[in-house]
Design a protein around this ligand. Structure first.
Ligand code: PA5
Length: 431
């Protein structure tokens, strides 16, 4: 199976030859922190061996629950915020489509809610559900997150009004802590089907737990392939050497950060990767952005944004790193047809595929941005499928942990997220 590669060719003039040599010792220490659990946040390393050690009984239960939901409902509302929804949404869109709900299919529509306090967003989802049969998956590790809890109260009422309490409880699936939190208490009392977010896996590292797997199974996504891809990454990235692509990515970005490259832009050429870029931003932003440290993660969709943010990328402030997520092959092949009249003067493209044209845009942009003073990394995958995505998720997770340790912070906490919550609770009069 062809797999992910990481290239720094378009950053050579910023990194120099054998660029990893000066940071090798630090990478060894960071790797040791992950495997010997000697670094800050070592209680949250459950994701490291998750792909190979996945509890097969739980995996089976997830598949059974997904089948039941598929039978029960035309629509599923997934409630969760941050790490409790971004992974599932990223995978759904990357593997199926950003327009999954609009496309003809045999699996239920999936709406994501509980990730905003917008009344309009809530009302729109209610309108889209309409008279359809629906179920709820509520995902919250803490079981107390306000955005998710508020949405759960509202959607739970809709469900009870429609089906009565007993049947509503058969349509609610909770993914939460094994023993604590309000959601767990409610689940025990009401008899919801529950799945556990392991103690040692934080939200942004939880996509390959029930947090991501349950919604994905409902969309008919092959969980075994997703986990097998992640297992392969787990095996490969364990090797502590300079050929390890995660070492190269983490090492290169930290070396550039030390040269005042303070912002990293993930660019991609497939709209289906938009939510994947949102997942990536949370992963790196929440893991590294602390103690006045961190590379600010942003993203652009290309070629679309070449006609908006492209100007900034080419000539704006030179504190940027660009990481291109390049997928060699689209799921569809579309060829530009011959047109003898050539009124549009596009015949130089006749017979060429859109993938080919997109690739030339990618190559041209790499050159242009490098010339403009932006070092470019390439994360290349041969195609997008479950196996490749499992590998990619793990690659980014592992690189992020290494990179955060290189910068001297705890990759697995998020103390800053509490500040707005305390101020909001005060305003809202929460005891
Ligand atoms: O990555 C994280 O830990 C956070 O983004 C959480 O996932 C997010 O705050 C939601 O938390 P919870 O699952 O407890 O509702």
């Amino acid at each position: 199976m062809k797999k992910l590669t990481f290239k720094t060719t378009y950053a050579d003039n910023f990194l120099g030859e054998n660029f990893l040599s000066p940071i090798k010792k630090e990478l060894e220490i960071a790797q040791e922190k992950i495997f010997a659990k000697t670094g800050a946040g070592s209680d949250f390393l459950g994701w490291v061996n998750l792909p190979s050690d996945y509890d097969q009984k739980e995996l089976q239960q997830i598949k059974v629950a997904a089948k039941k939901i598929q039978k029960q409902s035309q629509t599923v509302v997934v409630l969760g915020i941050g790490g409790s929804y971004l992974g599932a949404r990223a995978a759904l869109e990357a593997l199926r489509s950003p327009n999954y709900n609009q496309l003809e299919k045999k699996t239920p529509n999936i709406y994501f809610s509980g990730n905003t306090l917008s009344a309009d967003a809530f009302a729109e989802i209610v309108a889209m559900i309409g008279q359809q049969d629906f179920s709820i998956i509520v995902i919250s590790k803490s079981g107390t997150t306000t955005e998710t809890a508020v949405a759960f109260r509202l959607f739970r009422k809709l469900l009870i009004d429609k089906y009565g309490r007993q049947e509503a409880n058969q349509r609610i699936y909770a993914v939460t802590d094994k023993s604590k939190g309000v959601l767990k208490e409610m689940s025990n009392q009401e008899g919801y089907t529950t799945f556990v977010v392991p103690d040692d896996i934080g939200g942004r590292y939880s996509v390959l737990t029930a947090v991501g797997l349950l919604p994905l199974a409902i969309a008919g996504i092959n969980l075994d392939d997703l986990l097998t891809g992640a297992q392969e990454a787990q095996k490969n990235l364990k090797k502590g050497n300079l050929q390890n692509p995660a070492w190269q990515y983490a090492g290169a970005r930290q070396l550039l950060a030390r040269k005042d490259k303070t912002m990293e832009v993930l660019s991609y050429y497939q709209p289906r990767f938009r939510q994947l870029s949102e997942w990536w931003k949370q992963l790196f932003g929440e893991s590294e952005g602390k103690e006045q440290q961190g590379i600010f993660p942003a993203s652009v969709e290309l070629t679309t944004d070449l006609h908006s943010l492209g100007q900034y990328l080419q000539e704006g402030k030179r504190n940027l790193i660009e990481t291109v997520l390049w997928c060699k092959k689209s799921q569809q092949t579309i060829t530009i047809h011959e047109d003898k009249e050539n009124l549009d003067k596009l015949s130089f493209l006749s017979g060429k595929t859109l993938d080919f044209i997109n690739e030339q845009a990618f190559k041209a942009t790499l050159n242009a941005h490098q010339e403009g003073g932006v070092p470019n990394f390439i994360v290349e995958i041969p195609e997008m499928n479950e196996w490749q995505l499992g590998y990619l998720f793990y690659f980014f997770e592992f690189s992020c942990a290494l990179s955060a340790y290189l910068s001297g912070v705890n990759p697995f906490n998020q103390p800053g997220v509490e500040v707005y919550k305390q101020k909001m609770f005060k305003l809202l009069g929460k005891n």
